[in-house]
Ligand binder design. Sequence first.
Ligand code: ASP
Length: 312
Amino acid sequence: MSEFVKKVVIIGTGGTIAGNAASEKELVNYSAGEKKAAELLRGIPVPENIEIETIELCQIDSKDMTFAILKKMAMILNDLMGRDDVVGVVITHGTDTLEETGVFLNCTVVPTKPIVLTASMRPSTALSADGPLNLSDSIMVATSDHVGLFALINNTIYLAEEVIKSHTLKVDGFYAGEYGAIGHVYNSKVEFFRNVKHDQKMNVILDKLPDEDKSYPWVEIIYSDVSANGQLISLLVDNGVDGFIINGTGNGTVHHNILNALKAIDKTVPTVITTRVPTGRIMNDQYGLMISPYSHAAKARMWLILWLLNSR
Ligand code: ASP
């Protein structure tokens, strides 16, 4: 290897980007995570002086993502951050839980080079599959000099911790609420719209994280909706729940039945308030509940689980 050749590491985890369907026209019924990362790279142009290394972490549908896999991913990334021959990393992932992986990585990895999560909305076998261009664009971001944890889909770059899936089917299936996209890639040219500084929300010591999912805290999301009855709160407490996310209305308001149920358990279980509203932060601590950096329930759940482990 010439001393000028640098590496981009592709970590494969499965998802629709690695999915196979029975025909080119089939966009809906397919099996995710069928292809290895090495197969996804066939035909993908690689910039001069860049070599690709692949790590096959797993081949799953990301709806089945586990903490055990996420912990391994963070450990691999931490190793790669220390390798001089590696300029950047791309992780191929399913779209369904990308938003939680973004939070997990924000709290466990300090990026010193670009790390890009990418995915696709159409399986690899589809006419106009979006995976190959997303992968190629992600490799370009990985070879750029932008340090951080990013997500790339449909030519668009987001901060990984901010990205949210916003469409069930279309290739333009992600957004980042009012934070917005931070850049784009067209014709392999990477453009950032503004300078983004990595904002580490927590510094979790990976050794503190269990290896098995069953040893992670049990955190449930409770939805506050019309005529919510709140009985789940005490049922879950009786069964040993470790934390609650209350997915409230508006600016973090909560149905009185849920508030009464929380009062009855007298703050014995850490409880974070989030909102059903897709954009905007919660500026309301009227109930004395915890507010996480994330007002999105699934992101806040990931944050609370890590917070509980980190404070042990
Ligand atoms: N179920 C798939 C997954 O998350 C969906 C996708 O990747 O688009 O793995």
